[in-house]
Ligand binder design. Structure first.
Ligand code: MV4
Length: 454
């Protein structure tokens, strides 16, 4: 096992990782930017090192500064959390060079899955269904031919993209050429690689992902699925486990789990990962991508399985075996996570920065709150607006919803605008309560409500 872990992140996830390290008896090193001097992760870690000015490029994305911090403090492992450098094969490779263990999958696996075209090819060979598509679309003429062959609507995606950035939905020949040209330029400027591919577009899908854990000794398990459909502009608002759709379709859950494990085996995956699928109206599912990091929403899986995913990640990286086998994974009850962010949902989700004058967290049965905020904390404009992950667990979905409503009522965050009022509306929405959660849920059922929020 390691003796000291450096956490290359900030906010709630830095606290989450420090907590896991403490339970494993490991010492911790926090890194922070000049904007985060007063942050809880700095106080909670055994040691803390400033790695630069507020802009992420100069601090949390600065590989040289992070590696230097690890060398200076004698950290023998780095946990990257999510976002920032979590899926950067370059950090993983430099860690290996300095004999610092990167807590994540092998460098070549991060690289392979970072290329969405290569990932599709490997997955297809492993007999997991992908959407009809074309991989090598060199120019506009080829794009047009590909789109016609697939049949409209199609979606253009960047090979180096992911998470929805730089995607274009196309309904006919007339928009294709322009969409392809802009998608290429956007991919080139955002990712430094303009390569794009075209897929059949699935309308009103569910976005479901499967959590997997694998160790260096060939053990692979999955921890069931999460429903992540409810989002605005590719920013997830809430997630749940299990998906409402598997409540009536146990076979679908088993098929999703087995497909996710085939993907993990095919790429030689080690550590925690997430396999993303789209589920269409006929209940057919298709692989879209695999994320090689700990996810924001890992907590709902922890609540229903009782497994500490972050501690498993650390043990796996240290070469230990998985502490559980597949038949020991039991799903108990239902969990929902609301991402409470410093944004104003009434004004197009503009960030709301400033000092939190009062914070009173909710509590009581079935409630978990993962957050780095406190009364007097100042929300900085430099980083992601996530403030708290409020997680409610119940024996069933109805009880989880009731607990979430009660906890949202208890929660007080004053001084800035938050998404709490929107979450309350979602919890009481009749379609949500029926489990009708699709990727267009907000557009379809919340458009007017967004105007009326208090
Ligand atoms: C799709 C899709 C429909 N058809 N792929 C979004 C996140 C990224 N991981 C993949 N995403 C999607 N891929 C096919 N073939 C729908 C989404 C999608 C989406 C697309 C446009 C606007 C909003 C969306 C919200 C969720 C999912």
């Amino acid at each position: 096992m390691f003796s000291k872990v450096l956490i290359a992140n900030r906010g709630e996830i830095a606290l989450r990782i420090i907590r896991a390290c403490k339970e494993l008896g490991l010492r911790t090193v926090a890194v922070y930017s000049e904007a985060d001097r007063d942050s809880l992760h700095v106080r909670m870690a055994d040691e803390a090192i400033c790695i630069g000015p507020p802009p992420p490029k100069e601090s949390y994305l600065n590989v040289a500064n992070i590696i230097s911090a690890a060398l200076v403090t004698g950290a023998d492992a780095i946990h990257p959390g999510y976002g920032f450098l979590a899926e950067d094969p370059n950090l993983a490779e430099i860690c290996a060079h300095y004999k610092i263990k990167f807590i994540g999958p092998p460098t070549d696996v991060i690289e392979l899955l970072g290329n969405k075209i290569k990932a599709r090819e490997v997955v297809e060979r492993a007999d997991v269904r992908v959407l009809p598509g074309h991989h090598h679309v060199a120019d506009e003429r080829e794009a047009l031919r590909a789109a016609r062959e697939i049949g409209y609507p199609v979606i253009i995606k960047a090979a180096a993209g992911g998470g929805g950035r730089g995607m274009r939905i196309v309904h006919g020949d007339s928009d294709l050429l322009k969409a392809f040209a802009t998608a290429r330029l956007e991919a080139e400027s955002s990712f430094g690689d303009g390569t794009c591919y075209i897929e059949k577009y699935v309308e009103e899908p569910r976005h479901i992902e499967v959590q997997i854990l694998t160790d260096e000794h060939g053990n692979l398990i999955h921890l069931g699925e999460r429903e992540c459909s409810i989002q605005v502009r590719h920013q997830k608002l809430l997630e749940e486990a299990p998906s409402p759709i598997t409540a009536t379709n146990q076979r679908l859950r088993e098929r999703l789990g087995r497909a996710a494990l085939r993907v993990a085996a095919a790429v030689g995956y080690v550590n925690a990962g997430t396999v993303e699928f789209l589920v269409d109206n006929d209940g057919e599912f298709y692989f879209i991508e695999m994320n090689t990091r700990l996810q924001v929403e890992h907590c709902v899986t922890e609540m229903v399985t009782g497994i500490d995913i972050v501690k498993e990640q650390i043990r796996i990286a240290a070469g230990e075996r998985l502490s559980i086998r597949q038949h020991q994974v039991e799903m108990r009850g239902h969990a929902i996570e609301c991402r409470i962010t410093a944004q104003d949902p009434k004004r197009n989700f503009v960030p709301s920065c400033g000092t939190i004058t009062q914070f009173i967290p909710p509590g009581g049965p079935g409630i978990r709150m993962d957050t780095h905020i406190y009364s007097g904390y100042t929300v900085s404009p430099y980083y992601d607006p996530l403030l708290c992950k409020l997680i409610a667990h119940g024996r069933n979905r109805d009880e989880a919803i009731a607990r979430m409503q009660r906890a949202l009522d208890e929660c007080v965050i004053e001084g800035i605008k938050t998404t709490i009022p929107l979450h309350r509306r979602i919890m009481s929405n009749i379609f949500f309560r029926r489990g009708e959660t699709y990727t267009n849920f907000i557009q379809k059922h919340m458009a007017e409500e967004l105007e009326e929020l208090e």
